[in-house]
Design a protein around this ligand. Sequence first.
Ligand code: PLP
Length: 371
Amino acid sequence: MIPFNKPYFTGKETQYIEDAVRKGKISGNGYYTQLCHDFFERRYGFNKCLLTTSCTDALEMAALLIDIKEGDEVIMPSYTFVSTANAFVLRGATIVFADSRADHPGMDEDSIERLITAKTKAIVPVHYAGVSCDMDKIMDLATAYHLYVIEDAAQAIDSFYTGKDGIKKPLGSIGHLAAFSFHETKNIISGEGGMLVVNDNQFAAKAEIIWEKGTNRSSFFRGEVDKYGWVAVGSSFLPSEIIAAFLWAQLENMDAIQQVRKLHWEHYNTALLNWARQNEIQLPLIPSYASNNGHMFYVVCQSIEQRQTIIEKLQRKKILSVFHYISLHSSSFYADKHTGGVLNQSDRYSNCLLRLPLFYELNPQQIIDAL
Ligand SMILES: *Cc1c(COP(=O)(O)O)cnc(C)c1O
């Protein structure tokens, strides 16, 4: 059986975990956490990074940081993972769902402005498949209407956006805040894991406090205060050193991992061109302003029936292909709360998008031959 995903281990993970144990400090914010923070801040110029136990946690921190309250509205795509919305719903927000683009499952940037009301507090763009949203359009709206932008960059590690100024910016560095995931289904993994990026420095000190259970423990350990205590609302969002040690082994090998994943992606994209044309299937789009990080290879079928036929054909050859999100506006939890009208494209991706296996040790030719 060829699985849909297979986590890749570099071989150094258990060695670094052993080292963390040997160092005798396995709670959070220690040696390996610092190595990971420094890596991201140096490599991508992120203002401040905080490892979390998931991307979900990082999004929950973001909702706390921008002080989401009952009745605030948050705009995001409907075609996304539940955590994108849940983090804000937990604080009482009303979610206003935007449709996806016709040429890409990411949110339709041109549909956002008409969704903005006096209650809108934030926009949460999701970089689907690691492919950037058109961030200039979103940041311009945020400036004009005084909104916060929180990038759901769960799938977007090591991916970039080149805006109208011609500068290539890493995803996660553009919004006021951003959230990454190191779940085992992502490019760089730690089992469960994530990271909050704080680009707007007004949130830096508060983020550290929320991260450390509402205390100023981080300042205390830097010697900035002589005792620490409860200073604000917070929770326990930081991962143990065991998780950070695992993550460090992955980060050391990031370039090799990314290179292999992108090669697999290109292999699919080139080899499936004729197949897609013959079957009227849509191949993934990488807009000129976006980069490809080899996170996901998906195709968009003409119909749910065509998708089912392909799934079954692959299954007979012991290959697991999977569809993706049920649009959140039609989920059992949110359907009766949704006020945003018809989201045709979002529904189309729910019915027609199919993801093919993509992992480090894959031979994509096996799937191509089976199609
Ligand atoms: C994976 C994912 C998440 C959640 O990440 P966790 O680390 O599992 O919490 C959130 N949003 C998107 C778009 C994702 O793909």
